[in-house]
Design a protein around this ligand. Structure first.
Ligand code: GTP
Length: 436
């Protein structure tokens, strides 16, 4: 699923990481000996845009023995942390050492402490202080200075031009993966905002910083409008009526059957209603699903009034304590005024609790455009994106929420009744960014 997009995001990550690596600044011993706090301290950036992990501060670059612990002002240094450090004129070597071992990555020349080690700081501190003294004696640097140097190892600033190449590549990749233009631009803007021009510190690697930026940038566009579907169903008065819309053949009826299974598994009873009175064979098709799932189907003759079918289904649900009414509708084009009028009539007659737009991931940009147009014509509450299992591009999955303002709620991932996944933006990103 979404393999093309995954691959392209992976390439961007590698290229951006390379750009970041090229900008990693080391501070050498001489600079530290001069111990000029102003020079050592990086400019104070807007901390908010740095994520927690990425922004884990490197501390104490400006620390001078006896001068107090002048912190390096880096992205994401917590205000409390900064204040604490600034106020701590008596900052001890132990405290510095603790911070050092907490924050320095594996390439630090200070051996990293294990959690157990931290639980017994006295032992390690003594060892490390002895080591620091040796260091001081051998190269003339101070013990504090040695720590400080190791801590500022992970500092870099990426300028716009460093990212120009990778970002251009990423834009092309997103567009060729069917990501809608404005969505691709939004992702790029988010990445720029996250990565460009601010001094970053990092605890493990530049790769983590880049990945975090990519993660945030994508999360921002795919999480638009998300709500807790299960909670919404739980709190609605029963029966809850859900109407499904979308064009022909995208998997509406199959999705209704999958959701019937989904609800039954969560303890809700369901009834299906065939509001597709337009297409010959529609009753038989949905009846097969109802039989397989042992669910009641309400249907009328072909050519009947879809609103009347749904009305009957709601009445049936009320009379029989059924929790959820799942209403199919005829596949329609948003441009088909007659069919769109029918939707309006359904809205008026049964006042559904939710209208879900169904489309197929493999339709890419077409699915994105239809989501917007259906929402304009008959407001939708969310989308089900079917056939994600057959889609390697992922453009619709990335774009629909941002373009329509309505969330993707489910992914169809196969033809079986259990092949339905709740759309979770975090999981989606994990999937996209997971290592090959
Ligand atoms: N691979 C895959 N196939 C799916 C998925 N969802 C539906 N399908 C298949 O898509 C085809 C069309 O599905 P239907 O449910 O009949 O589509 P529909 O939108 O109801 O079609 P109409 O009733 O003609 O409007 C069927 O062969 C389904 O098995 C999915 O998530 N993955």
């Amino acid at each position: 699923m979404f393999d093309n997009l995954k691959e392209k995001l992976g390439s961007f990550r590698d290229e951006a990481e390379e750009a970041a690596e090229e900008n990693v600044e080391d501070v050498d011993e001489d600079d530290l000996k001069e111990a000029d706090p102003d020079a050592a301290a990086a400019p104070e950036p807007a901390a908010e845009s740095a994520t927690d992990d990425a922004a884990e501060p490197a501390i104490g670059a400006g620390a001078t023995p006896g001068g107090g612990a002048e912190p390096v002002s880096e992205a994401g240094v917590g205000a409390d942390e900064r204040v604490d450090r600034e106020e701590s004129d008596e900052r001890s070597a132990e405290a510095l050492e603790d911070d050092a071992t907490d924050r320095v990555g594996e390439d630090d020349d200070t051996p990293a402490e294990s959690d157990e080690g931290e639980a017994d700081p006295a032992v390690t501190d003594e060892d490390d202080l002895a080591e620091a003294d040796e260091d001081e004696a051998s190269n003339g640097s101070t013990g504090f200075g040695r720590k400080a140097r190791s801590l500022v190892k992970g500092k870099f600033v990426i300028e716009e031009e460093d990212l120009e190449g990778p970002l251009y590549e990423l834009e092309m990749a997103l567009l060729s993966s069917d990501v809608e233009m404005t969505v691709a631009e939004e992702i790029l803007d988010n990445i720029r905002e996250e990565l460009v021009g601010e001094t970053r510190t990092f605890t493990t690697s530049t790769g983590d910083v880049v990945e975090e930026a990519l993660r945030d940038a994508i999360y921002d566009v795919i999480s638009v409008g998300q709500f807790d579907f299960d909670e919404r169903i739980a709190v609605e008065d029963k029966p809850v009526t859900i109407v499904f819309t979308g064009v022909n053949g995208v998997g509406k009826t199959t999705s209704i059957a999958k959701l019937s299974r989904y609800f039954e598994e969560r303890g809700y009873s369901t009834v299906m209603a065939n509001g597709d009175t337009y297409r010959a064979g529609a009753n038989e098709q949905i009846q097969e699903h109802a039989d397989a799932l042992e669910t009641k189907l309400i249907s009328h003759e072909q050519g009947g009034d879809p609103a009347a079918v749904l009305y009957d289904a709601v009445e049936y649900a009320e009379a029989n304590d059924v929790d959820v009414v799942l209403g199919d509708t005829a596949g329609r084009l948003h441009t088909d005024e007659g069919l769109m009028d029918q939707l309006e009539k359904i809205d008026r007659v049964v006042d559904p609790d939710m209208t879900l737009f169904v489309d197929e991931a493999v339709a890419g940009q077409d699915a994105v455009n239809r989501a917007r147009e259906f929402d304009d014509a008959a407001e939708i509450d969310g989308a089900i994106l079917t056939k994600a299992d057959a889609d390697s591009n992922g453009g619709a999955a990335i774009s629909i929420a941002h373009v329509s303002g309505k969330p993707i709620l489910f992914l169809g991932v196969g033809q079986g009744y259990d092949d339905l996944e709740r759309f979770d933006p975090d999981e989606m990103i994990d999937r996209l960014l997971e290592a090959e």
